[in-house]
Every structure is written in C-alpha cells, then in structure tokens.
Design a protein around this ligand. Structure first.
Ligand code: SF4
Length: 255
C-alpha cells in the first residue's frame, strides 16, 4: 500500500495542537491511503499512528462487541469511553461489565453528565420527550467532549448502512479538531453477526427481545419484523442522530 502522506515527521500521537499536519489533511490522506483496507488493518494503523492519544467510544450496544473484541485483540489497554447517560437500560450496564471483563479491557472510562446541568435542565427526567436534542447534548455531547479532551483521535463503530446521514462515511474523518476512525464503515449487520458468531461473543441481552439497536430507555423501542434496525430509535421523531457525530453547525438536525 503506497503512502500518500509521510506522517513520520509529525508528532500525531501527542495531540493535534502540536501536530505539524492539520486534522483535515491527516484524515484525507489516511482515508485515501487505507481506502481498500479491511477493518483490522485500519484499526491497527490508527492505534499505532495515534498511540497514547486515541480512545474507542463504545455504547456497549447491540453490535459493539465486534469492535471491542478487535481492539482488545490488538491492545486491551486502549482507553474505552462509555457514555452513561443516566437513562440507559440496566441490561446495558450489566453487559458492559461482563463484556469488559471477558475481553480483558484494562482502561474502561465512564463519562457521565454534569449533575448541575441535569438538575437545571432535566429535574423531572422528562427532557427526552420534550426536547431530545437538548437532552442528548446534556447527557451525551457535553460529557463526551470532556472525556475526549486528552485524545487527538477516537474510534467509532458507525457504519454506512445505518442511516442516510452515514452513507458517505470514510474510514478516517476530521471532526472538531480530532481524527475520527470508523473501521467498520463498510460492514453490514450480517458482517457483525458473522464476526460475533466466529468469535463466540455474547450479544447484548436485549437483541433477543426485539431491540436490534439500543440506546437510552426513553428513546428506544422494539422493532417489528421487516422494519429498519434503527426504526426503534427516537420513534416518531425526525431525530436520527444524538449529536455526538454531528458538527456544531448541524447540531439541530439531530446517534
Ligand atoms: Fe436523552 Fe433520549 Fe438522547 Fe438518551 S437518547 S440522551 S434519553 S434524548
């Protein structure tokens, strides 16, 4: 594989503030360089290039075990950030604990909303129904911003097939001054299911109960046969993304 940009001279693993190459240029070069690579190759390259400055952000949801397993196979000390919104299913918290233990993850970090904001904006815990964009900002976007402060790059489990907003997803993107890595960009749900089976990984317990995509309890419903896997997320609302993957100028359009 030909390198289109020489990163050897740039301190990309010590934070973008001191990097000689801006994140947009890094992302473009890496996306081109790894265009035809498989998920493991992309992941291995990202963990090496940004070593010490990269984290995996995982919801420990329906399909999360595949990427968590891949990361653990390469380096189980990779920081894993879990967003505990305070509105999750109890099954998700139990699944997180069991999966992290089974994979031997040694740096699991939980990001929680600022209590002062929760008490101020969502004292009766009904904000998810009246203003889900604000609820997601308090419970997801803001805590993740804080949790990502030490990192210049992060890894997500997003896939192109999941939503029209993800149709053009690249392996590497620049986002708010950081590099975002999407090793599973071209995976289908079948690819994930096959991987889980091949590696004997336990599914999230709610999958068997009709939840192929799992977020917070107030905003996740069961999906009927034939419906899109994400049809149960914010059902009845135009919102399709929580905001952590939406640039600030598009934040209003609504994982
Ligand atoms: Fe709030 Fe729903 Fe967003 Fe969770 S998914 S943070 S409950 S609006």
């Amino acid at each position: 594989m030909d390198s289109v940009l020489d990163f050897s001279a740039a301190p990309v693993n010590v934070g973008l503030a001191s990097s000689a190459i801006d994140p947009e240029a890094q992302a473009l070069a890496l996306a081109a360089q790894y265009h035809n690579a498989d998920a493991q190759t992309v992941l291995r390259a990202a963990l090496s290039l940004y070593k010490g400055g990269i984290a995996l952000v995982s919801s420990f949801g329906a399909e999360s075990a595949a990427l968590l397993h891949m990361v653990a196979e390469i380096d189980r000390a990779t920081p894993v950030i879990f967003l505990d919104t305070g509105r999750l299913f109890s099954q998700t918290l139990l699944y997180r604990n069991e999966l992290a233990r089974r994979l031997g993850l040694t740096d699991l970090r939980t990001a929680s909303p600022r209590q002062v904001l929760v008490q101020q904006e969502d004292p009766d815990r009904l904000l998810a129904y009246s203003n889900p964009d604000m609820c997601c900002w308090i419970r997801k976007v803001d805590p993740l911003d804080t949790a990502l402060e030490p990192f210049s790059a992060w890894i997500t489990g997003r896939k192109r097939h999941q939503a029209s907003t993800r149709a053009a997803l690249q392996y590497f993107e620049a986002d708010a001054g950081r590099i975002k890595v999407n090793p599973l960009a071209d995976w289908t749900s079948k690819d994930v299911a096959d991987y889980l089976e091949r590696h004997d990984l336990p599914p999230h317990p709610l999958v068997a109960d009709g939840y192929p995509s799992i977020g917070c309890m107030p905003c996740t419903s069961r999906v009927a046969e034939g419906e899109d896997a994400r049809a149960g997320r914010w059902r009845g609302k135009s919102k399709v993304e929580c905001g952590i993957h939406v640039s600030p100028e598009k934040a209003g359009s609504g994982i």
